[in-house]
Design a protein around this ligand. Structure first.
Ligand SMILES: [Zn+2]
Length: 193
């Protein structure tokens, strides 16, 4: 039986240590994400094969990677960026899942977390040593969740096209479109020597 959620890291404290090592520091967004994943895996108990969607490109994916076998590399967690602080764990066979989100109404009961979440607090007046214990104490108290079914279009694995050689750089690439690779159509880097 695979260990999921906080149990995978030996509890909340173990998760926080692993987070620091993996993410570089105890980012509050990932701490909240840990509680989101832990809630979701508990609600999905009995489902062996889970996939995940995170709705923001920041932070949440690392909570999923630390507390489940889903990684960006194995393709079991994907970003579908809605800009919302939410994630879904779902059964990759039935597409039934649980969506968890930070609930603004519930944040009202946790003023420090609320100020941080809405970017009203500077790092100086709300340091991590103050904020993170508040997040751990709040736990799932700031979260809401619902059962969902992931639409198969969104769940479907993206099949990369077969590899072919770029007419320009000559490297092999996998992408739709012309015979020039996306890199040669506009690269993120340039050769310096
Ligand atoms: Zn090319």
């Amino acid at each position: 039986m695979q260990k999921l959620g906080f149990e995978r890291r030996g509890g909340v404290e173990g998760f926080l240590r692993a987070l620091e090592e993996f993410h570089g520091y105890r980012a509050p967004g990932v701490v909240i994400g840990g509680f989101m994943v832990d809630l979701a895996v508990r609600q999905m108990r009995g489902h062996e094969m889970l996939d995940a969607v995170v709705e923001t490109s920041k932070c949440l994916i690392d909570a999923v990677q630390l507390l489940t076998p889903c990684t960006a590399g194995n393709g079991w967690v994907r970003v579908i960026d809605s800009g919302r602080y939410a994630l879904t764990l779902y059964d990759k066979v039935t597409f039934e899942g649980v969506r968890v989100w930070v609930d603004p109404k519930k944040l009202a009961g946790f003023p420090e977390i609320e100020r941080w979440f809405f970017r009203r607090a500077s790092k100086k007046d709300l340091p991590l040593e103050v904020l993170n214990p508040k997040i751990v104490a709040a736990g799932e108290g700031i979260l809401s969740w619902r059962r969902v079914r992931v639409l198969t279009g969104a769940a479907g694995k993206r099949h990369a096209p077969e590899p072919r050689l770029c007419s320009d750089c000559g490297e092999s690439f996998r992408a739709e479109g012309p015979e020039r690779c996306p890199g040669c159509r506009g690269s993120y880097c340039e050769v310096v020597e």
